[in-house]
Ligand binder design. Structure first.
Ligand code: SAM
Length: 427
C-alpha cells in the first residue's frame, strides 16, 4: 500500500484522473491512497493568501514559504517517514526507473508549485526535486498526476498482469515493439503474419528485433545504454539501414525493346551481395520466375553459404547470406511486409529518361532513408532495364547515375555499388 499526499492549491484538479481506470481501481482495492491537502488551509491571513511579489522585481507571483513549509511540517508529523518531493522543472528528470524506486516507498508527499514558482527556502524542507521533462507547465498538479500514475503501475496488483508493466517501453531500456489487435486487415493494412502464426518463439524473437530496431532508430540515446546480448551488440554495430535490394530479371527489355525474362548472372549475385554487405543493406532479393535459373542460383549461393566456399572464403559467405531467391517481386514484398509490419516503399532505378516523370534525387532518398521507419526496396533491372510500365508503377524512380558525358552503360553490378554509395556511403 502506497500512501500519497499531495499539497496543492487546486485539489479538485485531481478528481478526474484519480476517479477513473487503473488509478481508481488501485484505490478501491486499497493498493494506493491519495490524500489532497489544500495549501490555502495553511495561509495565515484572512484572505488566505499564499503568494507574493518576487524580491528584486520580475514577472508574476511566487508561492510564499510560510504556508508551504507549515503544510510540509504538518504532513510529516502525521506520517511516519515520508519521502517529500517537490515538482519543479529544475528537478532530476523523472523516468520509469525513478518510478520503480518510488513504488517501493510507503509514503510519498508531492508538492505542486504554481505561478512563477516557489520561494527558494522551501527546498530546505523537501527530500527531492523532480521534473517531468524539459518544458514548463503552469503548475505542479499535472506533473504530480504523471508521477502518481507511473508509480502506481509498479505497485504489485495494480496492473492485472505485472508482466505488462515489465514489457512496456523503457522497462528493459528499449521502446516497445509494435502492437496490433483485430481486425487482421484494416484498410489494406495487414497485421504481420508472424503474429498470427502461433509460434511463440518466433514471435518473441520478432518482438525483440522490432524493439531493438525501433529504439535504435527513434531513440539512439536509449539504445546506446540498453542492455543487449553480445550477439545483439555485434549485429547492431553495423550501420542502421532499412534498405533492401531486389534484382529483377522480369519484366526487362532486351536490346530490341522486347519484354523478356533475362538469365541470372553468377557475377551479379556475388558483386551485388558484396556491395550490399559493405553498405549495411538488410537483404538482397534475386527475383526470377524461371525455376531452372533459380535452381542454378540456389546452387551458387549454397556453395558459398554452406558448401566448400563457406570455409574457403568467409567474407563471401557473409555477403551471400543476404541473398534470397524469389519467383516474383510480390513474394519479396509480402515477406518484407510480414517481417517489418509495413509494405516496403518501392524505388525503381533506370538509366533512361521517362517522359512526364519526375525522378527522386539521391539526396532526397538518402534523407527519406534516415527519417522513415518503414522498409525501402531498391529495384534493379537486368537486361536493357526495367520496362517503362513497371517503372511508373513504383512509388519513386531514382535519378540516373551521371557520368562525364552521355555514355551511360554501367553494368547493374557497378550501378548498384554507385547507388549504395550515394545513398548510404559515409563519404
Ligand atoms: C510556471 S512553473 C514555474 C517555473 C519556474 N519559474 C522555473 O523556471 O523553474 C510553476 C510550477 O509548475 C510546476 N512545473 C512546471 N513545469 C514542470 C516540470 N517540467 N516538471 C515538474 N514540475 C513542473 C512546478 O511545480 C512549478 O513550480
Amino acid at each position: 500500500m502506497l500512501d500519497i499526499t499531495v499539497i496543492t492549491l487546486f485539489p479538485p484538479m485531481f478528481s478526474s484522473p484519480l476517479g477513473h481506470g487503473i488509478l481508481k481501481k488501485a484505490q478501491d482495492r486499497g493498493l494506493i491512497s491519495v490524500r489532497l491537502v489544500d495549501l490555502r488551509d495553511y495561509a495565515t491571513d484572512r484572505h488566505r493568501i499564499t503568494d507574493d511579489y518576487p524580491y528584486g522585481g520580475g514577472q508574476g507571483m511566487i508561492l510564499k514559504p510560510e504556508p508551504l513549509i507549515t503544510a510540509i511540517e504538518d504532513v510529516r508529523r502525521r506520517l511516519k517517514n515520508p519521502r517529500v518531493i517537490l515538482l519543479t522543472p529544475q528537478g532530476r528528470t523523472f523516468n520509469n526507473k525513478e518510478a520503480h524506486q518510488l513504488a517501493r516507498e510507503k509514503e510519498l508527499v508531492l508538492i505542486c508549485g504554481r505561478y512563477e514558482g516557489i520561494d527558494e527556502r522551501v527546498k530546505t524542507s523537501v527530500d527531492d526535486e523532480l521534473s517531468i521533462g524539459d518544458y514548463t507547465l503552469s503548475g505542479g498538479e499535472i506533473p504530480a498526476m504523471v508521477v502518481i500514475d507511473t508509480v502506481a503501475r509498479f505497485i504489485p496488483g495494480v496492473l492485472g498482469n505485472i508482466r505488462s508493466a515489465q514489457e512496456e517501453s523503457f522497462n528493459n531500456g528499449l521502446l516497445e515493439y509494435p502492437q496490433y489487435t483485430r481486425p487482421e486487415e484494416f484498410r489494406g493494412l495487414k497485421v504481420p503474419e508472424i503474429l498470427l502464426s502461433g509460434d511463440h518463439d518466433r514471435i518473441k524473437h520478432w518482438r525483440r528485433e522490432m524493439s531493438l530496431n525501433l529504439t535504435r532508430r527513434k531513440r539512439p540515446d536509449l539504445f546506446r545504454k540498453a542492455p543487449l546480448t553480445p550477439e545483439e551488440r555485434q549485429r547492431h554495430a553495423q550501420p542502421l539501414t532499412h534498405l533492401y535490394l531486389a534484382l529483377l530479371h522480369y519484366p526487362v527489355y532486351d536490346k530490341n525493346g522486347c519484354v523478356v525474362t533475362s538469365a541470372i548472372t553468377n557475377m551479379d549475385i556475388h558483386d551485388i551481395a558484396r556491395s550490399a554487405r559493405t553498405y549495411g543493406v538488410r537483404r538482397f532479393y534475386v527475383i526470377n520466375p524461371v525455376k531452372a535459373l533459380q535452381k542454378l542460383a540456389a546452387k551458387i549461393v549454397d556453395h558459398w553459404e554452406h558448401g566448400y566456399g563457406s570455409s574457403y572464403n568467409e567474407t563471401r559467405k557473409e555477403a551471400l547470406a543476404l541473398v534470397r531467391l524469389k519467383d516474383t517481386l510480390d513474394d519479396a514484398i509480402m515477406e518484407l511486409e510480414q517481417e517489418c509490419g509495413s509494405r516496403p516503399c518501392l524505388v525503381a532505378t533506370t538509366a533512361r529518361e521517362i517522359r512526364g516523370v519526375q525522378k527522386t534525387s539521391f539526396a532526397t532518398l538518402r534523407q527519406m532513408l534516415k527519417e522513415s521507419l518503414g522498409p525501402f526496396l531498391l529495384l534493379l533491372g537486368t537486361g536493357w532495364g526495367l520496362t517503362e510500365s513497371f517503372l511508373t508503377q513504383s512509388d519513386y524512380i531514382l535519378q540516373a547515375i551521371e557520368g562525364s558525358d552521355s555514355y551511360n552503360h554501367l553494368s547493374v553490378r557497378s550501378a548498384a555499388a554507385v547507388m549504395l554509395h550515394e545513398l548510404l556511403g559515409n563519404g
